[in-house]
Design a protein around this ligand. Structure first.
Ligand SMILES: Nc1ncnc2c1ncn2[C@@H]1O[C@H](COP(=O)(O)OP(=O)(O)O)[C@@H](O)[C@H]1O
Ligand SMILES: [Mg+2]
Length: 501
């Protein structure tokens, strides 16, 4: 975290806070702020800004002025923090304090063995769009309620919202944050073991009794972000109840497709991103979060949508048709980045209507996402489809090497698998991690369930499971057997077990 006057900036998270509020800063304005911070008081020339912020396009200098005036607004009364050096460029006029802000992660928590710290929150490089009010509401609810559950269908943005809330609480208070995702656990005991590991409980035996979690939270001011509770809902509820009864200082933010139904729990339904109404004007269209997300996603893929009225209306229609569901928008934007929005519209017209059963008017969001996945899946190449379904057997992050070991076979070379992985990542079916030295991949829960279902429908489930088991044995035999249960269940039964969650 970096302090510039009253403003706190996280370069890593690309976030800016002013007096306990997360501010909405556009990505170009943030790029300029980052340049100024890194220059540490030296002048940053206009050419440097243009090269850094608009690397692939020729833009008017006026664009810099627009971004700078947005940045100066952030500093409010301190607007002289960014000084114009006439004819040359800009520089920061007050020193940047790169020390941790008061109340942030201290030595006492950092040294705690096994305890997930703030850094255990996944790094997120893209800003969360349209969730400022939700972040504030949930953070407020957590002040007075020990357990808040973020509810909603797959792909609606529960995990990302949870992370953003946890990050804002971590940045603005002395709470230690512990991020635990239950996505990969197969049963209640595995969930308890995972939570125990995350909280730093020493365990002598492979399985740990629920009660042993209590000692690990005493004397700690913790926020536990418990992600993906739905498939072990009863155990997740038991863990939450036990923990909040054992410590009044504890807060739990859970994400789930259904309520935990514990005592002292508040629900927060995660809404879709807001969508433009039919006939809305350009400004109104551009103000909607779903549109901003779609355009940001296209921008991240180095594509710009024309700003004429017709193009904006097409984007508005796409967002409405996808019900403002972020994962569906992400998949669609990846498609549009390659083939353009006109073709995307035509495809949505042709296929999406039949996929949603023709229910154009307000299809249930669950159905929208299933249709978006189906539609995007059909547009994949044959090899990409096969590789995707095979990768569904990874419950957590995996390396390219592991992917090749599991997805390649006599009929599919490692090179072909690698090519398919690159394709899947560019189409948003596969996510990549950016915080490790070696690149790793993972599937979002919803996408993974979809991939497993496809694997189950194929006749190669046994073969893929056995390649996975031999790749991970013996080094990973113990944790994988415990977490995934695959070695024990074997083949199709394991796929069924996971797919039917
Ligand atoms: N507000 C948002 N702005 C930008 N991207 C988002 C937003 N919400 C979700 N996403 C993206 O949509 C996808 C699905 O979100 P996620 O939080 O994993 O959904 P859920 O946990 O409900 O299944 C992710 O790739 C995420 O980065
Ligand atoms: Mg999730």
């Amino acid at each position: 975290m970096i302090k510039i006057g009253r403003v706190i900036v996280s370069l890593e998270m690309r976030e800016v806070y002013l007096e306990n509020r997360l501010l909405q800063v556009g990505s170009r304005a943030f790029d300029i702020l980052e340049l100024l911070i890194r220059a540490a008081g030296k002048t940053v020339t206009k050419d440097e800004i243009l090269r850094h912020v608009w690397p692939n396009s020729v833009v008017e200098e006026n664009n810099i002025h627009v971004q700078l005036s947005a940045l100066r607004k952030i500093f409010g009364a301190d607007s002289q923090v960014i000084r114009t050096i006439s004819g040359r460029g800009y520089r920061l006029t007050i020193p940047v304090d790169a020390s941790e802000p008061a109340g942030s992660h201290g030595a006492g928590t950092a040294g705690r063995a096994g305890a997930a710290s703030r850094s255990s929150l996944p790094v997120c490089h893209a800003p969360l769009i349209g969730r400022d009010a939700a972040i504030a509401d949930v953070a407020r609810a957590l002040k007075s309620t020990p357990i808040v559950t973020l509810l909603g269908s797959g792909g609606i943005g529960k995990t990302q919202l949870g992370i953003a809330v946890a990050r804002s609480i971590a940045a603005l208070s002395d709470r230690e944050v512990c991020f635990i995702t239950l996505a990969s656990v197969e049963n209640g005991q595995a969930a308890i073991n995972l939570v125990a590991d995350a909280l730093g409980v020493e365990r002598a035996a492979a399985d740990i009794p629920l009660q042993s979690l209590v000692a690990a939270i005493q004397g700690r001011k913790l926020l536990v972000l418990l992600d993906n509770c739905e498939h072990v809902i009863e155990s997740a509820a038991a863990i939450c109840e036990l923990l909040v009864q054992a410590s009044a200082d504890l807060r739990i933010l859970a994400t789930s497709r259904e309520p935990l139904r514990t005592r002292d729990e508040k629900f927060y339904w995660v809404a879709p991103l807001d969508m433009p109404e039919a006939g809305a004007g350009s400004q109104a269209i551009l103000a909607c979060a779903s549109v901003r997300m779609f355009l940001a996603q296209m921008h991240a893929l180095n594509t710009v949508v024309d700003s004429d009225r017709g193009s904006l209306e097409m984007v508005a229609t796409i967002c409405r048709r996808l019900d403002g569901v972020p994962l569906a928008l992400e998949l669609a934007a990846a498609r549009a980045a390659v083939f353009g929005i006109r073709k995307l519209m035509a495809e949505l017209d042709d296929r999406f209507q039949s996929l949603t059963g023709g229910r154009r008017t307000a299809p249930p969001r669950q159905q929208t996402l299933a249709a978006a996945l189906d539609w995007s899946y059909r547009l994949l190449g044959t090899t990409e489809r096969v590789v995707l379904q095979r990768l569904g057997v990874f419950p957590a992050r995996f390396s390219l090497e592991a992917a090749c070991a599991v997805a390649a076979c006599a009929r599919l070379s490692c090179n072909e698998v690698t090519e398919a992985i690159v394709g899947l990542a560019s189409k948003c079916f596969l996510m990549t991690t950016v915080d490790s030295k070696t690149k790793e991949y993972f599937l979002l829960e919803t996408t993974r369930e979809y991939a497993l279902r496809k694997l189950h429908e194929s006749d190669e489930a046994d073969e893929v499971m056995s390649r996975r088991a031999s790749y991970f044995a013996p080094a990973y035999e113990e944790p994988y057997a415990r977490v995934f249960g695959a070695a024990a269940l074997g083949g199709k039964r394991a796929v069924q077990a996971v797919a039917s969650r």
